[in-house]
Design a protein around this ligand. Structure first.
Ligand code: PCA
Length: 218
C-alpha cells in the first residue's frame, strides 16, 4: 500500500509547524512490509501548493493520501469531512497573497467529501482512548485547499478507475512551540503521531465506512 502523508511549513510568522514535525514519527509508526510511507512538506502558499501538490500526487500515486495541518486553538485532533472550493484567507499566505472569495479550482464542484472512512477511524481511536472527532469545516485557508486539491486529484486523475482514499487531519499545537501571547492548548507530538498512525491503519483495512453519528450539532 502506497501512503502519502503531508504536513505544512510554518506560517503566520511562527517558527514551527507540528504538522511538519510529526511526519517522521508517523512514518516510523506505520511503515512496514505492506505499507510504504512517503512524506512531503507543503508550502503555505496558495499558488505554490496548487502547482506542487498535484505533482507530488502524480509522482507518488498514493492509494491513501492523508494531509495534516495545524489548527491553532483546537483542543484536540479532528478529521475533516469535506473540502470546499473556497479560498478566503484570514491573513496573507507565505507568498504574501490573500485571496478572498476565490475558488481553489476554477470550474470545480463546490465541495468534495473525504474518501477516508472517518467514522470507522473515530470509533477505532475512541476504543483506544485516542482523541479524534469529526470536523465539518477545514476552514478556507491552505489546509482546506490541500484537501480540496487532493480530492480533486482523486476524482479526476487518481489511480485509473479506483478512487484513492484522501483526507485531512487538523492537529493542535505541540509542546515544542506554543505562542506565548495565547492560551492555546497543546499536545505531545508523539501522542498526536499515534492518533494519525491509527487513522492510516484503519483506512488501510477498512474499504467501506461504518454508519455512525458524528455526535455533534456543529
Ligand atoms: N494550518 C493552516 C495552513 C497550514 C497549516 O498548518 C490551515 O489550517 O489552513
Amino acid at each position: 500500500m502506497r501512503v502519502l502523508v503531508t504536513g505544512f511549513e510554518p506560517f503566520n510568522g511562527e517558527p514551527y509547524n507540528p504538522s511538519e514535525g510529526v511526519l517522521a514519527l508517523v512514518q516510523n509508526l506505520v511503515e512496514g512490509p505492506d505499507t510504504t510511507i512517503t512524506t512531503a512538506v507543503l508550502p503555505v502558499d496558495a499558488m505554490r501548493v496548487a502547482r506542487d501538490l498535484p505533482q507530488v500526487l502524480r509522482s507518488v500515486q498514493p492509494e491513501v493520501y492523508l494531509a495534516l495541518g495545524l489548527a491553532p486553538g483546537r483542543t484536540t485532533l479532528s478529521i475533516e469531512r469535506v473540502g470546499l472550493n473556497v479560498l478566503d484567507f484570514p491573513m496573507p499566505d507565505n507568498g504574501g497573497n490573500q485571496p478572498i472569495d476565490q475558488p481553489v479550482m476554477v470550474g470545480g464542484p463546490l465541495a468534495y467529501a473525504t474518501t477516508l472512512p472517518i467514522k470507522a477511524i473515530v470509533q477505532a481511536c475512541r476504543a483506544l482512548t485516542l482523541p479524534l472527532y469529526v470536523s465539518n469545516s477545514a476552514g478556507t485557508f491552505l489546509c482546506n485547499a490541500a484537501l480540496y486539491l487532493g480530492l480533486h486529484w482523486a476524482h479526476t486523475d487518481g489511480l485509473g478507475g479506483k478512487v484513492p482514499r484522501v483526507g485531512f487531519i487538523h492537529i493542535p499545537y505541540a509542546m515544542q512551540y506554543v505562542p506565548k501571547v495565547s492560551n492555546n492548548p497543546a499536545l505531545p507530538l508523539d501522542f498526536m503521531a499515534r492518533v494519525i498512525a491509527e487513522a492510516i491503519t484503519v483506512t488501510v483495512k477498512t474499504p467501506t465506512d461504518i454508519v455512525s453519528s458524528a455526535g455533534s450539532m456543529t
